[in-house]
Design a protein around this ligand. Structure first.
Ligand code: J2J
Length: 538
């Protein structure tokens, strides 16, 4: 058993098996099954290249053999940073087949994040594209390579530059693969985080596949589904709600869009007769604008999901009529619990709520600051437990003691209220996080980076409202070097190598912070200060 991973206790494992939630299916098994049932049907296309289920299964076996030959074994961690390409799926399923564990980095992650993922998981391999979105990932690999002692292999999809070529790892060997069971770990997702560095979320085949099965049922995904993945496939939303893995579970077709912009995505919708896709709210706004001018035929669209951040009523109202399709709101989290509005819900519910839990086995409660349950209709902190909600992050005992209750509920950090019909409305959050249009930023992580710059006395980062992204970030800084400018701080962060979306949108220099009665920096007051300042201006 992997050190740092706390498996599900026996009683819960039994319970979820006996209730039929966990079936023992594995990702490897699902693909094999589809290769038999859906043989010549296209599994994935990027609009140019396509691959059938049978070809995918064959390529996966070949690559799995190549990984084994390299010495990658069951439970070895592999940091995977590929964009929306067919290779992403080949690599993923090849790792699943040998029981190695992908760590799902996002294309936007940079040196600080990647070296941390590699180090924290003691990763054996790192898999990257050569160049994507004008960024050369081989430079990044060169920067981190020597600093991670466990990292034995860097594998590149594309031009390799002295690294290992992914293409050369597809081997004809008839290798025998280790046995994988439903209760085995499958991979690590990343948490949005609120304290310090992102936490790693361990997922087993059983729990994740259960969430796929329920999502497929609720979202009515079938063999006829043409699902367009516009957001990064490595993100939990695009992966599982119902996402690309849900589509594979159902034997449908995945259409990969390299970029989410309408000029790339709309022609794909027309060409591939896309009927289902998932967006974050700012992207929905961009699509709504573009839809007015486009010549592309988008009539195949049946469902547009919006999730990852709160979709305003104003935007929610427009989506159905503009695209002649159904809107589905999705309120989920990489830690587990996913809420959907249902496809036959009234407009009122779809526009005004963030859905209800997808499983009858989801247990949710809304509590006050002392963990007392609140009556229906009152806003409080959401806690969740269930067959696909984790019971602990990977290897952070102390943090787990705070992030989970003693009876195993995950403290989501979201402030919600429940309607009489059991639907959730997200009202805010009490975690120290900024949700920048779906991209999550742990304030403390960025604060720590900024504090490492000389000339900084103290820093506190908060969200500020933004019409387009919902929120942007504002760092309040007390400096002890008069010369220091906002640009110095931004340049410093850029050079340090953190994902661009984490760099503060705005920096406010102040002489002191407001404090709470308990002597903590009052982020509530800082948020109010910046809100007032920007609303005065506009
Ligand atoms: C308000 N806040 C939301 C929504 C997520 C499906 C959909 C989304 C995610 C995701 C996911 C929200 N309205 N509709 O993993 O499977 C905020 C909440 C939540 C956090 C989780 C999925 N949908 N949020 O966004 O792990 O604060 O997952 O706790 O990235 O995003 O973020 P993440």
């Amino acid at each position: 058993m992997l050190e740092g991973y706390k498996p599900w206790p026996e009683n819960l494992r039994k319970y979820y098996q006996e209730t039929g939630c966990w079936t023992g299916e594995t990702f490897g098994g699902i693909l094999e099954q589809q290769a038999r049932d859906r043989k010549d049907s296209i599994a994935i296309t990027d609009g140019e290249k396509s691959i059938t289920y049978q070809q995918l299964d064959e390529r996966v076996n070949k690559l799995a053999a190549g990984f084994m030959k390299l010495g990658i074994e069951k439970e070895d961690r592999v940091v995977l940073q590929l964009p929306n390409t067919i290779e992403f799926f080949e690599v993923c399923f090849a790792l699943f087949r040998i029981g190695a564990l992908p760590v799902f980095a996002l294309p936007l992650h940079r040196k600080m994040e990647i070296s941390y993922f590699c180090e924290f998981t003691a990763a054996k391999a790192y898999i990257i594209p050569d160049v994507f979105d004008k960024f050369d990932y081989r430079d990044l690999a060169n920067e981190i390579n020597n600093s991670i002692p466990t990292l034995e292999h860097t594998i590149v999809a594309g031009e390799t530059d002295n690294f290992i070529s992914l293409e050369e790892l597809y081997m004809d060997d008839s290798a025998s693969f280790p046995t994988i069971t439903g209760s085995d770990l499958a991979f690590f997702q990343l948490s949005g985080g609120s304290t310090g560095l992102p936490k790693l979320i361990p997922r087993t085949h059983d729990e994740y596949i259960y969430s796929l099965r329920k999502s497929v049922e609720i979202c009515r995904i079938s063999q006829d589904t043409n699902f367009l993945a516009v957001l990064p496939v490595a993100h939990n939303f695009t992966m599982s709600s119902p996402g690309v893995f849900g589509v594979i579970y159902a034997g449908g077709k995945i259409i990969l869009s390299k970029y989410p912009s309408p000029d790339v995505a709309f022609p794909l919708i027309e060409k591939e007769k896309v009927d289902f896709t998932s967006l974050v709210p700012p992207l929905a706004i961009v699509w709504l604008q573009a839809q007015k001018r486009t010549k592309a035929d988008l009539r195949s669209l049946e469902v547009i999901q919006v999730g990852g951040a709160k979709c305003s009523v104003e935007v929610a109202k427009q989506i159905g009529p503009a695209f002649h399709c159904k809107l589905q709101q999705v309120f989920g989290m990489a830690e587990g619990l996913v809420n959907y509005t249902r496809l036959d819900d009234d407009d009122e519910v779809v526009i005004h709520t963030q859905g209800k839990p997808m499983s009858a086995y989801d247990e949710i409660r809304i509590v006050d600051e002392e963990d007392n349950e609140l009556p229906v209709g009152e806003t409080g902190q959401l806690q969740a437990r269930g067959p696909y909600t984790i019971i602990g992050y990977f290897n952070v005992e102390d943090h787990n003691a705070k992030a989970f209750t003693s009876d195993g509920f995950y403290r989501t950090g979201d402030l919600v209220k429940l309607t009489e019909e059991g639907y959730l409305i997200v009202e805010g959050r009490d975690k120290d996080q900024i949700n920048r249009g779906g991209e999550k930023i742990a304030a403390e992580e960025v604060e720590n980076y900024i504090l490492s710059l000389s000339g900084i006395h103290d820093v506190a980062m908060v969200s500020m409202p933004d019409k387009f992204l919902g929120e942007r970030s504002c760092a309040f800084v007390i400096k002890n070097d008069e010369e220091l400018t906002s640009n110095d701080i931004k340049d410093f962060l850029q050079h340090k190598g953190i994902a661009n979306f984490k760099i503060p949108d705005r920096i406010e220099f102040v002489d002191r912070f407001p404090y709470t009665a308990l002597g903590k920096v009052s982020k509530k007051n800082l948020r109010a200060m910046i809100k007032e300042k920007i609303t005065q201006k506009s």
